[in-house]
Design a protein around this ligand. Sequence first.
Ligand SMILES: C[S@@+](CC[C@H](N)C(=O)[O-])C[C@H]1O[C@@H](n2cnc3c(N)ncnc32)[C@H](O)[C@@H]1O
Length: 255
Amino acid sequence: MHGVDPSVPSVARIYDYFLGGKDNYAADRVAAARILEVIPNAPEMARANRAFLGRVVRHLTAAGIDQFLDLGTGLPTRENVHEVATEARVVYVDNDPVVLVHGRALLADSPRTEVVEGDLHDPERILADAAQYLDFGRPVAVLLMAILHFFPDDAEVAGIVAALRRPLVPGSCLAVSHGNAGELAPDGRRRGRAVYAGTYAGGAVGRSAEHLAGWFGGLELVSPGIVPVQRWHSTEEIPDPAAVGVLGAVGTVPH
Ligand SMILES: C[S@@+](CC[C@H](N)C(=O)[O-])C[C@H]1O[C@@H](n2cnc3c(N)ncnc32)[C@H](O)[C@@H]1O
């Protein structure tokens, strides 16, 4: 778990600010303002990402998935996973102390849902903790929504995804959403990265659909594949397709 120094921005609270939430501090709002100078559509991206999460969980629930491992949960907002998948067992994992406190308060009387402190830099430890609540002998959906772009090291991310996929039995799913830099100019990329370098996460990077495809090797991609989140089981408008965006995809472990 990282600290609670309110002068250090947290990506969870910046995201909460973009979603119109109240669980953010002055330093988070200053960082958010600097991001908005470079990525003016950041709030729209946050909303589109959240809507994608809801559609994915609805789709997976309809497909019979009743166990979710949600990594990088974020502050509670609308349509949290356990509120969409009401009959499922849900394990929320985050390393932000404010997320953990709010999550535990929200879930105090929710018997099928657990909030676990965990750092995605250590996926094996997360899997060991999650195994106390989830049955990995049956299908599990692993959600990596808007978190892997805070891991700039490509080799590390590939290792994390591989580690998380290892215990998944056929019928299990991997769902990912991830920032894509679009046609953002090099100066904008540098300024955006500088803001995220000053957060607890320590960095951020956009990746392409081709890059994400590497994480889904051997999985069956749910149609329409790796696409802007607004295009996944939706025809939501993308006001500026050249702008910074969010890609999303769901893959299933074949039988
Ligand atoms: C942008 S929010 C996304 C929230 C939610 N998944 C969604 O898509 O709406 C990213 C979340 O990842 C968490 N996070 C960032 N780095 C992490 C790490 N190394 N380990 C665990 N959680 C992390 C942050 O605390 C934050 O709650």
